[in-house]
Design a protein around this ligand. Sequence first.
Ligand code: GLN
Length: 189
Amino acid sequence: MIGVLALQGGYERHGKVLEKLGVAYRYVKLPHQLEGLDGLIMPGGESTTMLKLANTFSLMEPLRACIQTGLPVFATCAGSILLCDTVLHPSQQSLGVLPATIERNAYGSQRESFYAEIDVEPWGLEQVGVYFIRAPRFVAHEPQVQVLCRFNQDIIGVQWRHITAVTFHPELADHTVMHRAWLHQQALV
Ligand code: GLN
């Protein structure tokens, strides 16, 4: 059973992708909904709002505990902002479970949103269509963190142990390759 964090943002599109892949999932808003999950998707949206709601629903500590004890996570955009131990531009609280620094809204107002085709070499994926929406970028990481993909020079995807975090939205493009690759990589299917 895969959980999809459903506090705010683009969680329904992730649910649709999992449906297409025939993978059972449930939305997670409250702490008890974390029980018995095999993996968790953290969608994009507005990280500040997600933080507020996570605090309101007392979800921060149980979520942190699940991830720290090995729950495989696939985070996109704002979800990745919630994971990183350091958040810049502006800074804010986070779960602090991924040893990396992320800069929010890294592409300014002129390139707030755009489509690109990216390669995820460690996963053998080429020209995957994805959307960047007021996207962040990773600006520093511990040496053990693996870079999964770049856009120009920017690091836009990382993997550390059971945590996968990207700055873009694969779920908005009309394909399932990225989710399928994550599920296989974490031996969830
Ligand atoms: N800019 C948003 C934030 O800082 C993230 C945007 C997104 O998730 N698409 O939370």
